[in-house]
Design a protein around this ligand. Structure first.
Ligand SMILES: Cc1cc2nc3c(=O)[nH]c(=O)nc-3n(C[C@H](O)[C@H](O)[C@H](O)COP(=O)(O)O)c2cc1C
Length: 188
């Protein structure tokens, strides 16, 4: 794919909060997971596990973990046929040491990159996605038998976008968020 092609996929992606009920083939999901697996990570730690939930009954139990009365925002999760749960693993010692020295848990950066790899591949597959940071972690852990010692970082809903899913994209202007050769605009 050309550089232009990557930008086009990025421009087309937006969070989808309305889904068709039709199921998604595992082939497509596997290519999205492969894109996530190939994501870069600090010290190449790859400190993640991706749990795909495509069993309808299990999905019906997972959806309430992301959308209860305190989280009405996420009610669309009941529609999405697939949920991908991204779990943080401890990572290898060199990565942990690096994080301690720098006082920064790079795994959160890493998982964000992997998540976006997943979502861009999904876009290229004709699928819609939405990343979810709001969910009941304890309930998700219990439902999917994830040890309490591990952090559930993110959930991604996946499915075919419903007809009313498109909306204008709001972004800060290019000039506001970019600088050349230093923070101050005068350095340009
Ligand atoms: C870490 C993270 C957590 C998010 N959590 C939620 C969420 O819980 N519910 C939701 O509807 N959208 C969630 N979003 C989606 C953002 O609201 C969305 O990406 C942002 O508004 C930009 O819109 P766009 O994705 O359509 O370009 C999340 C996005 C990220 C990156």
């Amino acid at each position: 794919m050309t550089r232009q092609g990557v930008l086009e996929v990025i421009q087309q992606r937006s969070s989808v909060r309305a889904y068709e009920s039709r199921s998604v083939s595992r082939d497509k999901i596997e290519r999205c997971l492969e894109a996530a697996r190939l994501a870069p990570s600090a010290c190449n730690a790859q400190a993640w596990t991706f749990i795909t939930v495509d069993d309808p009954q299990l999905r019906d139990k997972l959806a309430p973990c992301t959308a209860d009365k305190w989280l009405p925002l996420n009610h669309f999760t009941y529609q999405a046929p697939v949920h991908v749960v991204m779990v943080l693993e401890p990572g290898k010692l060199s990565a942990q040491a690096g994080g301690l020295i720098k006082q920064r848990d790079f795994r959160w950066i890493d998982i964000g990159i992997a998540a976006e790899h997943f979502c861009l591949q999904a876009q290229a597959e004709g699928l819609g996605t939405c990343m979810l940071g709001w969910f009941n972690e304890r309930k998700v852990q219990a439902l999917l038998h994830i040890p309490k010692s591990k952090t559930v970082a993110l959930i991604i809903t996946v499915g075919y976008a419903g007809s009313d899913s498109t909306r204008p994209r709001h972004r800060k202007p290019f000039e506001e968020v970019t600088r050349w050769n230093g923070y101050e605009r005068s350095s340009q």
